[in-house]
Structure formats: C-alpha cells, structure tokens
Write a protein that binds this ligand. Structure first.
Ligand SMILES: N[C@H](CCC[C@H](N)C(=O)O)C(=O)O
Length: 279
C-alpha cells in the first residue's frame, strides 16, 4: 500500500489516501503501522483527502495508539503540503474539515512553509473538557506523583493542559506528562505542555502528546500554550514557540483565533507490505 511520509519539525506523520487503502484502518493496524520497530514508524496517520460537506477536503487524524484526534497542527501543515505535492491545490487558500472543526490553509515557499488558521482557542471547561463546574480553567492546581502544579487548560479542537515552569526539560515532560495525560480531570485525556515564558514574544515548550507520548514539536500544543501565555498577559499576540524540533510562529487575534505558520519536510514516498500485520 502506497503512503507518503513527512515531518513537521520532527513530528512525523504518514499520509494515506483512501484510494490507496488496502484494508480497514483499525486501531490495531494503526498501532502496528506507527510502531518504530515493527512498522514504518510515525507520530500518527493522516487519512485523506476525504469527501466533505463543510470544506474542500476532509481529513481524519490518528494517533499512534490508534485513537482518533480532533485536530493536529503539524498534521494539517503536512496534509496541506501533500495536497500541494499531488497538484490538488496550488498557492491559493483552501479549507480542510477535521473532527475538531474547519480550518483554512495556504502553502508557500514551494511547499516548505504552510500557514493554517487553526480556529479559536477556548478555555471553557465544558468545551475542553475538564471536570467540575462551568468556568474558564485558568491557574488551577493538579497533583501527580505527589507534585502539585498550577495549570491552565484550553481547546483548539483537541484538549491541552499547559503547565508554566521556570525551566522545562524533556525529562520533566516524560516524568509528569504521561500522568497528567490520563488524570481524572480530563475525561477525554489531554495533551500536556510544560511552558517556559522567555519574554513577551518567545516561549519554550516541552510536549507530552495524548496518544503519542513525547514529541519534538506540536502545532496544536504551540497554539494552546501561546494562547495561555497571552491570556495570562505574559506575552503579546505574536509569539515564537520554541520546541526541540524547531519553532512555530503563532499569531493570536482579539477573539483568540489562532494563525499558525511553520515548516514541512518531505521524507519519502513508500510502499508498505501486508507482511507488516503478520508478525
Ligand atoms: N496527539 C494529539 C493530536 C496531534 C497533535 C500534534 N501532533 C499537533 O501537531 O498538533 C491529540 O490527541 O490531540
């Protein structure tokens, strides 16, 4: 079966088109395809373009644990580049419908940069969701492994828990991210960002992704963390988000609509053998 592999700042995805799909995309098959040793290996699968009544293209996004995500910022930039590589779009704006809402994308620099209007960030508990009474989830506390953190929660279609610290490291993300991801506060689990605010135009984040674990970059995490920094008046409305895999530019409008701009890199076009499911 044909696939295309791209990465966005080290957050890698496989694009599989429905016309090439040779089997049902079950959670077990997704896990195996994404496995770094027994499969092709990736941080997820982008399944599209699909027919849509809401947009020019439909897209489904799957995590390596087989669960489906409402949105993926890096995934949307990669999918936009895939559409451009396959002559399905040129430099014009086009829209993509996802489980987490409709976005508007534009490919630039011969596919090496993509801008996506990701939708509006909400801090509202019932939209994220976060348990408890209806409120904006700002500066609340969460305890995992006997460590209590102050956090803010946000959604941009998928859920995010943003924890601000004076310093952030991969070790902190790996030690605490997996515990926060499955904390009872988050009925649908959550993506987790540990954020250092460097100045009013720059933040640094370390990421633990729902259903994927530690990743080198995340577009929806960048959007959520930047929105929280702006909400807390720690940053202005244009923020560079620095991650181990590179940086993403985030622009935040008055109503917290997010525009994300970042790189995309083509890795390969490949052919997957059916033997991958036999081991
Ligand atoms: N794991 C995420 C989806 C992918 C997010 C990330 N790769 C991005 O670029 O936004 C979730 O379950 O919500």
């Amino acid at each position: 079966m044909k696939y295309s592999k791209y990465h966005a700042l080290g957050n890698d995805y496989l694009v599989i088109s429905p016309q090439d799909l040779a089997f049902e995309l079950t959670p077990e098959k997704i896990e195996r395809i994404c496995h770094r040793n027994f499969g092709i290996g990736s941080d997820g699968i982008l399944f599209g373009p699909l027919p849509s009544n809401n947009a020019r293209f439909g897209l489904r996004i799957f995590n390596p644990d087989g669960t489906e995500a409402e949105k993926s910022g890096n995934g949307l930039r990669i999918f936009s580049r895939y559409l451009w590589d396959n002559q399905l779009v040129k430099e014009e704006e086009f829209d993509i419908d996802t489980l987490g809402g409709r976005v508007i994308a534009r490919v630039a620099q011969s596919g090496k940069s993509v801008q996506v209007e990701m939708g509006r960030v909400s801090f509202q508990s019932e939209k994220i969701p976060v348990t408890g009474h209806s409120r904006e989830v700002i500066k609340e506390s969460i305890t995992v492994a006997n460590q209590t953190f102050s956090f803010c929660a946000a959604t941009i279609g998928n859920p995010h828990c943003v924890i601000q610290l004076p310093e952030v490291t991969p070790e902190i993300a790996k030690q605490y991210g997996s515990l926060v991801e499955v904390h009872p506060y988050f009925p649908n689990r959550t993506n987790v960002q540990f954020m250092k605010v460097k100045d009013r135009q720059n933040i640094q984040i370390e990421i633990w992704e729902r259903g994927a674990g530690y990743t080198l970059a995340s577009g929806s995490s960048s959007s959520a963390a930047a929105a929280v920094a702006h909400k807390l008046n720690l940053c202005d409305s244009e923020i560079a988000v620095h991650m181990p895999g590179g940086q993403i530019a985030i622009a935040i409008s008055e109503d917290f609509t997010i525009t994300m701009t970042g790189a995309v890199t083509k890795v390969a076009d490949g052919l997957m053998s059916s033997e991958v499911f036999e081991y």
